[in-house]
Design a protein around this ligand. Structure first.
Ligand code: AHM
Ligand code: MG
Length: 336
């Protein structure tokens, strides 16, 4: 079989399909190189003294891990100088990061969660990087927060890296989803799966059930029905999985189907959910839809939500289409 590296794949997308231009190609290449560097740092673990807390908090008041800070730095430094970006935004930074004036500016905005699931780092469980690419609005020279507040339908590219037994890069340019595996010997990402498709039906669900007492009625109903198994209204048994790294949970769903839910709950009425819209929910929703799945917040399609803040939280229900549609229907029937 012909080995196609990420670079070859992108050049072909630019040359034959004309889905991307040189700047977007460079952007994806640079992000993939940064992911490789993050993968190496994570792989060294305790040997490099990178485990444990950084002693700081991010804008959401969450304690940062050393690797959160390192991964954020790697992505910023890699992307600053290439001339492909107008600005960047990250889960780990309060405000957008401007491109230093000594470098040329490009047309794209890059958003990322540099190390998602980082509470799993110290116990050696899979973590990942999630990213989303938007166009900078016309005529905006110094993109502020407002420039980033575009609905997910405007994304031109999204992807995630999973740092697990293998390091994978899953990518969409808006024409299906492809997966690359890092060849640690050559240092290249090699195409290992094309046209990923999420099965429409599933018997597997992912939710943090410790929050059950805070769930809203439609989510309770749905999960109760699944738990009732064969003798319940669904007439079949369901299996549960929860890694607590969204990238790992979503990648399982991309591979064999399933439904992932981090619903809105009553734990903290000021928060619409736990996950962040701009650099977690939107890129994952784009990827999942491109693989034939669905993604809603129970009330509407995630990609159509008009963002109000860079770090805004949102409920997330995504994965196998028929299950996501069922939960969304329960919300429609029970919440209006
Ligand atoms: P993070 O971006 O601070 O790592 O938080 C997001 C993570 C997701 O990866 C995961 O799905 C979720 O938080 C797990 O939450 P919980 O610990 O409540 O189960
Ligand atoms: Mg995260």
């Amino acid at each position: 079989m012909r080995r196609i590296t990420l670079m070859q794949y992108l050049i072909e997308q630019q040359r034959k399909q004309q889905w991307i231009n040189s700047d977007l190609r460079l952007l994806v290449e640079v992000v993939s190189r940064a992911c490789k560097a993050i993968s190496i740092a994570i792989g060294k673990g305790a040997l490099a003294g990178v485990l444990g807390g950084a002693g700081s908090e991010n804008v959401q008041g969450e304690a940062q891990k050393k690797l959160d800070v390192i991964s954020n730095e790697i992505l910023l430094e890699a992307n600053e100088w290439g001339g492909h970006l107008a600005a960047m935004a990250s889960e780990e930074m309060d405000h957008p990061h401007q491109i230093p004036h000594r470098f040329p500016r490009g047309e794209f905005l890059l958003l990322f969660d540099p190390l998602d699931g980082s509470s799993n780092i110290d116990v050696n469980i899979s973590v990942g990087t999630i990213f989303s690419v938007l166009r900078c609005p016309e005529g905006v020279a110094e993109p502020d927060e407002q420039a980033f507040l575009q609905p997910g339908t405007q994304q031109v590219c999204a992807g995630y890296a999973v740092y697990g037994p293998s390091t994978l890069l899953v990518l969409t340019l808006g024409h299906g989803v492809v997966c690359f595996t890092l060849d640690r010997e050559t240092g290249s990402f090699v195409l290992t799966q094309e046209a990923l498709q999420i099965p429409e039906n599933t018997r597997e669900f992912a939710i943090n059930a410790s929050n059950m007492r805070f769930w809203e009625a439609p989510v309770r109903r749905y999960i109760d029905e699944l738990l009732a198994g064969k003798s319940g209204p669904r007439g079949q048994d369901f299996n549960m999985r929860w890694v607590a790294s969204m990238v790992a949970d979503v990648h399982r769903i991309m591979t064999r189907g399933g439904i992932f839910m981090y619903p809105r709950d009553t734990k903290d009425p000021t928060k619409a959910g736990k996950l962040r819209l701009m650099y977690e929910a939107n890129p994952m929703a784009f990827i999942v839809e491109q693989a034939g799945g669905a993604a809603t917040n129970g009330r509407q399609r995630i990609l159509e939500i008009q963002p109000e803040g860079l770090h805004q939280r949102v409920a997330v229900i995504l994965g196998s289409k028929n299950e996501v549609e069922r939960v969304t229907r329960y919300h429609r029937e029970m919440m209006l």
